[in-house]
Structure formats: structure tokens, C-alpha cells
Write a protein that binds this ligand. Structure first.
Ligand code: ADP
Length: 592
């Protein structure tokens, strides 16, 4: 299958989204930073006090001098503990809020994805984004971002304190460590995003292949495609392995060089500081304080670098999640209001792939209230025409309109009030029966809901449910039978009340095993509406008011059944071959 992946957001969009998040939470963020800053300041008291203590002891200190310094140290440690607790609490609460917001935005974006895009992108990519990427992002937002904030604040303040304690002693260790750290980290950070993106994409491909194989298990079995599918999974796994190996290699170069950068400045501070002290250019207390600060720096710098890795992973996931919202909408509401309920298509062309039009110059006017059957050979473009008439795809050129307004100019909820595609996807959502119905019309009253159920002959069983319309249904609650679920879908249609229905037989509710009452429910819904029935079998065409024959993306003939049969054109040929074919009891005799 040729899968077009969903887009990944570019750096600019990612920065824009990140800035918007910061803006939304700036007060809480400022609080968290202030608390972390105070905690870090409290932590800086220790080495300064110890350095001072060393100098005092080398001079002529009294016990009370030592006692008062020890008291300062104790207070600083207590303050640091309390402040760290408050700061961590603040940042964890903040990150939970941010993540909740991200999750809500993501769900909104997924739900708003144009149907045509989901169809083309395949489910594997979307599945990976909703599972692996959301998990990765949650880890980043909950743990990495707060840790990075703390580390940045601590590193800056500790560096400041190191220089304040004795800038001459501090100079050499910092000068040695920083460029080395900078170069190795830049080397890593330049390669890492592409590496992690490739890793994410390789898992999406694997997910897609496995999902497709499982979904199509019967076909795979029937056509003996097992070996081929196994080879594809193996190839995808090799792709994942290569991607993982690459990022592992990046880490295996970067981590050791970072380790080296930690040890170097401590040794440098002791040797260089010792030399300065022996020349009388620094006190032993200063050297002690600086060495302790350099040792202390190791913690936040290490924290910062190790989380940077995580932040990179999170950022690529963030780009993939934000990318879902970057799909251009396939319709723009212009505010135009249809003048009436007349549906028409004018010179419509449509292509799934550029340069391959599957509909060419299709023009059609629906007569309100008529039943139009669309027939033609398989692959002629009937279902495509149906999806265009239902406003799911917009035409490449030409117009599909209702009351003079293109369908793609209408907001989705207005569109559904005009025309709906009836498919077999009749999902029962978790919630009450009433919730399920109100999806179609949020403000519907209890009476309207009951009316809709009655219209599709479903009120009797609905009333027999333990809590009536307030009964919880869907997975984990009361399971509805397939035919009840179908009736629920039909009742939603009644509530939506579109004047035109497009019925694709290949995917329609007309399940041959369905009970007769279900057909009655359907005809109750069809009654009084304009119906376009995509007829993959001819007997439904025979009962229609008009028949349109689609051949090779064009409407080659349109008219009443008997007129077309008499005209002796393509429809007559189709009808002839169909009624001549032996062995199908469902077919009418040639006399009919
Ligand atoms: P019919 O309903 O008459 O059998 P369709 O409208 O399903 O015909 O298909 C018309 C043409 O468009 C066919 O060549 C088919 O392969 C192609 N087509 C249909 N759906 C898609 C799709 N989602 N992506 C790409 N091509 C498609």
C-alpha cells in the first residue's frame, strides 16, 4: 500500500506551539523558576561557608565563630529542603497541566483530521503518534522539562557562585571544560533530531505493516501471503534496528566525552588553585570553595545533558503530534447559505493521485425527493462520485453544490444537515444511549430523541433497557446487538435530518443478513428524502426513479430504467448481461 504519511511540523511551527504553551502558563512557570532559583541559592551557601571556615581555622578562629557558621549552614540546608519541595511540587503540577492541555489539543486535532487524509495516510502512522509519541511526550513534559528548568537555574547560579568565590581559581577549570562540552554536545545535538525522527518513522512503518497484516489476516491466509508479510515485517524490523543502532552510536560517543569533561575541571581546580595558593594569589579557603562548587556543577550539568537527550526525543514526538494539526483543512466555511435544497454537480473532476482523474466532467442535477441509482462497472468511479456528492472529498475542478453553494464551503455540521453518506460504520460510543443520539444533534430534547428512535422502530427495545435512554452503552457497558447499533446510526440520521442521503451499497447498512425490520427502519429514514444509491447490483437500480450509468469516470447515460433499456445503450447492455446470467434467484426474470 502506498502510504502518504501525515506531516511532521517544521521547527518554526514547533517553536510557535512551544511559545504558545509558555504564554498560556507564564505565571505558574515564573513561580516555579523563582522557587527553583531560591532553592539553588540556598544550596550555594554550603561551599561558601566551608571555604570561610577553612580560612578561619587556618587563622585564629574561636569556637563561637565556628558555631555561628555551622548554624548558617544548618539553616541553609533546611531552607534548601523546604524550597526544593515547594519548587518541585509547583513544577510537577505545572507539567501535568501542560500535558493535559497537549493531550486535549491532540485529540481535537485527530478528530478534526479531514477524512480523506486519514484514508490516505493509513492507520499505522496515526496509531504510532497516539501511542508511542504521546507516551514519549508525556515523559518529557512530566520529568524532563522540570528537571531541565532546575538544572539550568542551578548551573547558572552555581557558575556565578564559583566565580564569586575566587574568579582566578575558577577561570582555568571553566575555560577547559566549557569548549569541550560545547563541541561534543553540538556534535550530538546536530545529529540526534534526524536520528530520532528516523527512529519514530521506522516504528510507524512497522506498526502499519503489522496492523495491516492482522487486519487482513484472512486475506493473507487465503492468498498464501504469509511469507511475503513475514519478509516485510523482517525488513521493517531491520529498519528499526538500524535506526536504533544509529542513535545508540551517537550516545556512545557523546556520553563518555561528557564524563571526561566532568573530571577535568575538578582536577584543574585543585592543581591550578593549589599553585595559586602557594604563590599567595588565592587563599586555601577560596580553592576549597571553588573546588566544591565545581564538584557541585557536575550534578546540574549532568542532569541538563542527560535530559537534553530526552528533550530531543520529546521534541521529535512533539513535532509529530503538532504535525497532525498541520494538515490543511479540506474545506473552508465561507458563511454562504444555500438558497434551497437542490443538489447539483457541475463539470466535476477528481483525482486521488495527481494526473489520474477518476471522475471526468461529471455533471448531474438531483431532483428533490427522487431516488437515483448509480450503476456501472467496478472501478468506474461510482463510490468516488458518492463521496463527492456527500461532500467528503472536494472536487479537483468543477463544483458540487447545494442551493448554489459548494459543499466544501459549508461547515461540517451544516453540511451534515444537507447530505449524509450512509455507511456500515455504526460505532456505538461509550456513554448513555441519549449521548450517542445527541452526537447528531447536541441540543435535541428527550422528545426528539424518542421520536427519532420511534421513526426507526427502535423505541420498544430502548424503553426496555434498564435505565431507558440513560442506559450506559458501548464497550465495557451494555453491548448493543449489531442490528440495534445500526438502528442507532439510523436514528442519528433522523436527528441530523439531511434532505439528501448517499447510500453506498458496498458499505451500506443493507446487510443481507439483517432482519426485515431493519430494512423497514432504513426505508423509514429514506422516505421523503433525495436518495443517491450507488448500486453495485442492478436490481436496486430497477426500482429507482432514475438511473445514472458511470463508465470510466463519466456519466455516459442517465434516465428512467425502461427508457434506458429501450434506448439500447450501455445500460441496456448491462441489464441484458445481468438478466441473462444464470443461477441467481435474486435476479428478476427478463419479463420484469
Ligand atoms: P466504483 O465504486 O465504481 O467501483 P471507485 O469510485 O471505488 O469505483 O474507484 C474509482 C477509481 O478510483 C478506481 O480506479 C480506484 O482504484 C480508485 N480509487 C478508489 N478509492 C481510492 C483511494 N482511496 N485512493 C486511491 N485510489 C482510489
Amino acid at each position: 500500500m502506498n502510504e502518504t504519511k501525515l506531516p511532521v511540523a517544521g521547527p518554526q511551527l514547533v517553536r510557535h506551539e512551544a511559545r504558545a504553551l509558555v504564554r498560556d502558563h507564564r505565571r505558574a512557570l515564573a513561580w516555579a523558576l523563582a522557587l527553583h532559583g531560591l532553592a539553588a541559592l540556598a544550596a550555594l551557601v554550603g561551599p561558601a561557608v566551608i571555604g570561610r571556615l577553612v580560612d578561619l581555622v587556618r587563622g585564629n578562629a574561636t569556637i563561637s565563630d565556628v558555631d555561628s557558621l555551622a548554624a548558617v549552614l544548618a539553616v541553609a540546608v533546611l531552607a534548601q529542603t523546604a524550597l526544593t519541595w515547594a519548587a518541585r511540587r509547583q513544577s510537577f503540577v505545572l507539567s501535568e497541566r501542560v500535558f493535559a492541555q497537549l493531550r486535549e489539543q491532540f485529540v481535537e486535532r485527530v478528530v478534526a483530521l479531514p477524512l480523506s487524509v486519514v484514508e490516505r495516510a493509513g492507520t499505522g502512522d496515526l496509531l504510532t503518534r497516539t501511542t508511542r509519541d504521546v507516551d514519549a511526550l508525556s515523559h518529557t513534559v512530566r520529568f524532563a522539562v522540570p528537571a531541565v528548568l532546575v538544572a539550568v537555574v542551578s548551573t547558572l547560579l552555581t557558575t556565578g557562585a564559583t566565580f564569586a568565590a575566587g574568579w582566578k581559581v575558577a577561570l582555568l577549570p571553566v575555560v577547559m571544560a566549557v569548549p569541550l562540552l560545547w563541541v561534543s554536545s553540538r556534535w550530538y545535538l546536530r545529529r540526534a533530531p534526524a536520528g530520532y525522527l528516523a527512529e519514530g518513522a521506522s516504528y510507524a512503518v512497522l506498526n502499519g505493516t503489522v496492523t495491516e497484516t492482522v487486519d487482513g489476516a484472512r486475506t493473507v491466509d487465503a492468498l498464501g501471503l504469509g511469507d511475503e508479510r513475514r519478509r516485510r515485517v523482517d525488513a521493517d524490523l531491520r529498519g528499526c534496528y538500524r535506526a536504533e543502532r544509529y542513535t545508540l552510536w551517537l550516545r556512545s560517543v557523546w556520553f563518555p566525552s561528557v564524563e571526561f569533561c566532568y573530571v577535568l575541571p575538578v582536577a584543574a581546580a585543585l592543581l591550578w588553585g593549589g599553585w595559586l595558593a602557594s604563590n599567595g594569589q588565592a587563599t586555601v579557603g577560596q580553592v576549597t570553595a571553588v573546588t566544591l562548587y565545581v564538584l557541585m556543577l557536575m550534578g546540574p550539568v549532568d542532569e541538563l545533558l542527560s535530559w537534553l537527550d530526552e528533550v530531543q526525543i520529546g521534541a521529535t514526538s512533539f513535532a509529530r503530534i503538532v504535525g497532525v494539526g498541520d494538515v490543511p483543512d479540506d474545506r473552508t466555511a465561507t458563511g454562504a447559505v444555500p438558497a434551497d435544497e437542490r443538489m447539483a454537480a457541475h463539470d466535476v473532476r477528481y483525482a486521488y493521485r495527481e494526473g489520474h482523474d477518476v471522475l471526468r466532467d461529471v455533471s448531474l442535477r438531483l431532483v428533490p425527493g427522487e431516488r437515483l441509482a448509480v450503476v456501472g462497472p467496478s472501478g468506474a468511479g461510482k463510490s468516488t462520485l458518492g463521496r463527492l456528492l456527500a461532500g467528503i472529498h472536494g472536487p479537483r475542478t468543477g463544483r458540487v453544490e447545494v442551493g448554489g453553494v459548494p459543499l466544501v464551503d459549508l461547515p461540517l455540521d451544516h453540511l451534515r444537515g444537507h447530505v449524509a453518506l450512509v455507511t456500515q460504520e455504526h460505532h456505538v460510543f461509550v456513554g448513555t444511549l441519549a449521548d450517542n443520539l445527541r452526537l447528531a444533534r447536541p441540543g435535541a430534547s428527550e422528545e426528539e430523541l424518542r421520536g427519532a428512535l420511534a421513526a426507526v422502530d427502535a423505541l420498544t427495545w430502548a424503553d426496555r433497557l434498564p435505565a431507558g435512554l440513560d442506559t450506559e452503552v458501548g464497550s465495557g457497558a451494555r453491548e448493543l446487538t449489531p442490528s440495534q447499533a445500526q438502528q442507532l446510526a439510523l436514528a442519528r440520521l433522523v436527528l441530523n435530518d439531511p434532505h439528501t442521503l448517499v447510500l453506498d451499497e458496498a458499505t451500506s447498512l443493507l446487510d443481507p443478513r439483517a432482519a426485515r425490520h431493519l430494512e423497514r427502519s432504513l426505508s423509514a429514514v429514506l422516505n421523503g428524502r433525495t436518495v443517491v444509491a450507488i448500486a453495485h447490483r442492478l436490481h436496486t437500480a430497477h426500482d429507482a426513479d432514475r438511473v445514472a450509468v458511470v463508465e470510466d469516470g463519466r456519466i455516459s447515460e442517465i434516465g428512467r430504467h425502461h427508457e434506458l433499456v429501450e434506448a439500447g445503450g450501455p445500460y441496456a447492455a448491462l441489464w441484458e448481461s445481468w438478466t441473462d446470467a444464470p443461477g441467481d434467484d435474486a435476479r428478476p426474470s427478463r419479463a420484469s
